[in-house]
Structure formats: C-alpha cells, structure tokens
Write a protein that binds this ligand. Structure first.
Ligand code: HMG
Ligand code: MG
Length: 304
C-alpha cells in the first residue's frame, strides 16, 4: 500500500486573509465544501484573530457553525488566549498558534516580543492539553524574516523543542515569505527530524520564488509526511512584506501522486475547487501545474 502524506489546505485561512475582497462566511463555507469534495480531510477554516488586524477573518465563528459533520480535521489559527477561547467556543478542536522565530516578525504580526509570544503559547498549550484540544504551533519565519534576514537554525530548533515540551501536538515550520531553497530546507530539517521526530513536524511553504514544490520535495526526502498548501496558490501574510501565495495544493498533490504517495485527493475535483476560489476572490491564478492538469482532464486522462 502506498505511503500516505497528509495535505492540510490552508486556503480558507492563509489564502483569504490577505485578499482585498472579503468573502462572506457562506462563501468561505462553500470553498471548504469544495475542498472536502476533492478529498481533503484537513482544512484550516479560518482564524480567531483581532478583526481590526485581519478583517477578512472576522466571522470565523459563523464559518465554524456551518461546517459539515464528519471525520474531518478542521483547524483554526489563533494568536492568543482570547483566540483559543473563541475557537473552542465555536467548536474547533484543532487550533494553530503562531509564533515567529524572529522578534520583529512577532512584534509586527501579533504585537508581542519573543518572550511574551512564547509565554502566551505556553499558557494556551497548557490549557489545550487540559481540555484535550489539539494545539499545533506555527513557527513562522523559520528560514528567513523579512525584517531580520536569515534565521539561525539553532533558534528554530530551540523554540520547537520548548513548544513540544509545553504540549504542542505538532510544529509547523513555516517559510513565511517563501525565501527558502530546497538545500536550506534540508539543512534545517535534517537535524530537527533526527531530534524531534518527523511525526511531530509539518511544513508550510510559500511559493514566492517558485520553489514551493521543490521545498516540499526536499522536506519529503527528510521524512516529513504532512504539508500545508493552499488551493490555487492563494495566500500571504498581511504583516510580512513580500509574502505571496502558499504552494498550491494542486502542485503538491500532483508531485506526490507521481512520487507514489497516497493523498486521497482527486485532482479534477481540486481544480474545481481552484475554479471556485478564483470565482470568489477574483484573484487566484492557480498552481504552476494547473494548465497541464486541465488538459489531462479535457483528454480524460485525469478522471473526476
Ligand atoms: P493587540 O492590539 O496587541 O491586542 O493585538 P490586545 O490584546 O491589546 O487587544 C486589542 C483588541 O483586540 C481588544 O478588543 C481585544 O479584545 C481584541 P477591544 O477591547 O479593542 O474591542 N482581541 C481579539 N479579538 C478577536 N480575536 C482575538 C483577539 N485578541 C485580542 N484573538 C493580536 C494583538 C494578537 C490580537 C493581533 O495582533 C492579532 O490578531 N494578530 C493576528 C495577526 C494575523 O492573523 N496574522 C496572519 C496570520 S499569521 C500568518 O499568516 C503566518 C502563517 O501563515 C505561517 C507562515 O506563513 O509563516 C501562520
Ligand atoms: Mg502562511
């Protein structure tokens, strides 16, 4: 049986948070349902953050209320205890805290310095453990910070270790501005996987320099089996200058399929979800591979 790789589609959160057009909760739910129809089981459905900081994520409670029931791993991003309380009150059982490896990014993104951000994470992680809520933590700017430049791998390792010790169910290593090349991915991941275990790690790549899929490949070679990706390559952090879209889900699925992994995701249905994302946002180019995938669907070589 083929080895499984989990894809967590962050389009409804990372993909929509930076759009000039703000979608209605009903439209966000429509997109989530299209992703489910494509076979995705892991979806980040929104964020419980300050609506002043990120207006597009207001109404995530309404999105959560409209999610279908089933064996799905729906998650939401949270920056602090208030976000945790709002998320869990909305029925979310998988939360994603965010902390950056660089102080300036923490200040710009969540208005906290490194020490405060770590203390907030530790506090929320303790609560989540008590409540039986899965709490993963994004380590943003894990390779490069738009303000402070290259990040020392030892800082990321130390932070990841502390967060796991505090109860994080997973560390999501995030290349916020899409600056890492595959060799840099391996340099960071090899010792992290050896010390912390691949099962405790996942990766979140942005595709700014067109290396997102190559970065996923490098991470797969290091043993990582869980990835964030975004439908149609939507995405970007409003507080990280130069951050563009996430690596597109269709590009990642296509590559993993060709590598012989099982993702459970249907490419034709994924393209239908990308079409909906484009229709709703008016601003979604699709992945690098989408033209080719469409041709295969037309020819009947990729079946719906
Ligand atoms: P602050 O202004 O310092 O917060 O912002 P505060 O604690 O002083 O509170 C100010 C107001 O916000 C208060 O309301 C709070 O109740 C409210 P008021 O009394 O003025 O009416 N508030 C909240 N409301 C809703 N949800 C909350 C919440 N917390 C406080 N959770 C804060 C600090 C963290 C709140 C703010 O900076 C924030 O929301 N930041 C989130 C920024 C964000 O969403 N960034 C994008 C996601 S991260 C990302 O994209 C990177 C990632 O993709 C990985 C990667 O690529 O690297 C994950
Ligand atoms: Mg991101």
């Amino acid at each position: 049986m083929a080895e499984k790789v989990i894809i967590n589609d962050v389009g409804p959160r990372d993909g929509l948070q930076n759009q000039s057009k703000i979608l209605l909760p009903a439209e966000r739910i429509q997109l989530i349902n299209k992703l489910l129809a494509a076979g995705l089981t892991h979806i980040e459905v929104g964020a419980f953050v300050s609506p002043k900081a990120v207006p597009a994520m207001a109404g995530t409670d309404e999105v959560a209320a409209g999610l279908p029931k089933g064996d799905y791993a729906f998650s939401a991003l949270i920056p602090n205890r208030k976000g945790y309380e709002l998320a869990t009150a909305a029925g979310i059982r998988n939360v994603g805290l965010v902390i950056a490896a660089s102080n300036t990014m923490n200040e710009r993104n969540i208005n906290m310095n490194n020490d405060r951000a770590l203390a907030v994470c530790e506090d929320v992680l303790a609560q989540a453990r008590q409540d039986g809520v899965n709490a993963q933590v994004y380590v943003a700017t894990a390779w490069e910070c738009p303000f402070e430049g290259q990040i020392d791998a030892a800082v990321v390792a130390d932070l990841s270790e502390k967060l796991l010790a505090a109860g994080a169910t997973e560390i999501v290593l995030a290349d916020t501005i899409g600056a890492a090349a595959p060799a840099q991915v391996k340099t960071l991941l090899k010792p992290l996987v050896a010390n912390l275990g691949a099962a405790n790690l996942s990766c979140h790549f942005h595709d700014t320099r067109g290396m997102g899929v190559a970065d996923v490949f490098a991470a797969v070679e290091c043993g990582i089996r869980k990835f964030d990706a975004s439908i149609g390559g939507l995405g970007g952090c409003p507080f990280a200058p130069g951050a563009t879209g996430n690596v597109a889900t269709e590009d990642v699925v296509l590559m993993l399929n060709q590598m012989g992994f099982e993702t459970g995701i249907n490419l034709a249905a994924l393209i239908a979800a990308a079409d909906l994302a484009a229709e709703l946002t008016g601003n979604c180019d699709g992945g690098h591979s989408s033209r080719w995938i469409r041709k295969q669907i037309e020819k009947g070589a990729i079946a719906a």
